[in-house]
Design a protein around this ligand. Structure first.
Ligand code: 8YV
Length: 323
């Protein structure tokens, strides 16, 4: 009998994925109500939110392929202890997330959301004037937190396309970006102080959770914007609401939140100087299909016993599990 693999129902639309998996596995689609039961005899799955409790029931599970690059919702330590591989989809979504950062940056800078509303509400003055003005991007400073795969794509677009200056903070230097894009490495505080636009592109870890709090936000220029497409908890949301309400910074663009979906009474929803989107950074046809294919490849690799499996998370690199 072929090993069982669990997939989210939306994956049925990707013929290539189904073909790849069909050769080696019996595919079953996840039914939220029966998910834990379905997991008891599954050897692979596409999904997330894996913790000790889930693993205790999933006795035959060999691999979880996360549909995305971030895997902060998976307990890697517990998965490693249970000898379950965790794979993800690095690279294939970097362009789409970077495009989204630019979409948000331009939207907030050029007041696109307010302008759209203004037109729909009757377009009173033919030339509405300063409230609709933004800033020229040429010569402005972009500050990036996390100059990895996604950060680098954001940087390329801003430096090569808009002729912006680039500063960044990361745990490692990105020498390629320093050489090719003139990126300047700075401390977190310096990036907060000097940037006209800040793009947050770090993974959520114990080191990055809350790394941008009230103190850091208050270092920003009054005219500066912050854009977050990584994970909500990297920025303390209550502090962000506070500085935005006071007008201490120009605005924020958020694709990610501390709680998703955002609560109906969240104070962010009342603010005018924010642009909000529902975690759609990687939501392009190309990226979403490539993520699905990447997941399928990862699962096939584990089922075939390939070592190391493709795209295993860095914490498990070089490990051989015998489940
Ligand atoms: C995905 C993401 O949309 O890659 C990630 O980590 O946050 C997004 O690209 C999300 O994981 C979809 O489940």
């Amino acid at each position: 009998m072929k090993p069982k693999v669990l997939l989210p129902p939306f994956m049925s639309r990707y013929d290539k994925v189904i073909q790849m998996l069909d050769h080696v596995a019996h595919i079953e689609y996840i039914d939220k109500k029966k998910y834990r039961e379905q997991l008891t005899d599954a050897e692979g799955m596409v999904g997330g939110r894996i913790n000790e409790k889930v693993l205790q029931d999933a006795l035959r599970l060999k691999v979880v392929a996360r549909y995305g690059v971030g895997y902060d919702d998976c307990d890697v330590e517990a998965m490693t202890r249970h000898e379950v591989y965790l794979c993800h989809t690095p690279g294939v979504l970097s362009n789409s997330v970077a495009d989204m950062v630019l979409a948000l940056l331009l939207a907030c800078n050029r007041k696109i959301v307010q302008a759209d509303r203004y037109v729909r509400d009757g377009w009173e003055d033919r030339a509405p004037g300063r409230p609709t003005y933004g800033l020229d991007l040429k010569g402005k400073t972009l500050g990036i937190f996390g100059l990895g795969r996604i950060g680098l794509e954001v940087a390329k677009r801003c430096v090569k396309g808009f002729e912006m200056d680039l500063i960044y903070f990361d745990i490692n230097h990105n020498r390629k970006a320093e050489k090719e894009l003139g990126a300047k490495f700075m401390t977190l505080e310096e990036v907060m102080k000097k940037s006209d636009f800040i793009s947050v592109n770090v993974a959520l870890t114990s080191k990055t959770i809350g790394m941008i709090g009230e103190e850091q936000l208050r270092m920003m220029k009054k005219t500066a914007y912050i854009i977050n497409t990584s994970r909500g908890p990297v920025i303390e949301q209550a502090s962000l609401v506070k500085v935005l309400s006071e007008g201490a910074i120009a605005g924020a663009c958020l694709d990610v939140f501390e709680k998703e979906p955002i609560q109906k009474n969240d104070p962010l929803l009342k603010l005018k100087n924010v642009v909000l989107s529902p975690h759609i950074g990687s939501a392009t046809e190309e990226a979403r299909e490539a993520m699905a294919i990447c997941d399928a490849k990862n699962i096939v690799a584990v089922i075939k016993g390939e070592i190391p499996p493709l795209n295993v998370v860095p914490e498990q690199r070089g490990m051989i599990f015998k489940r």
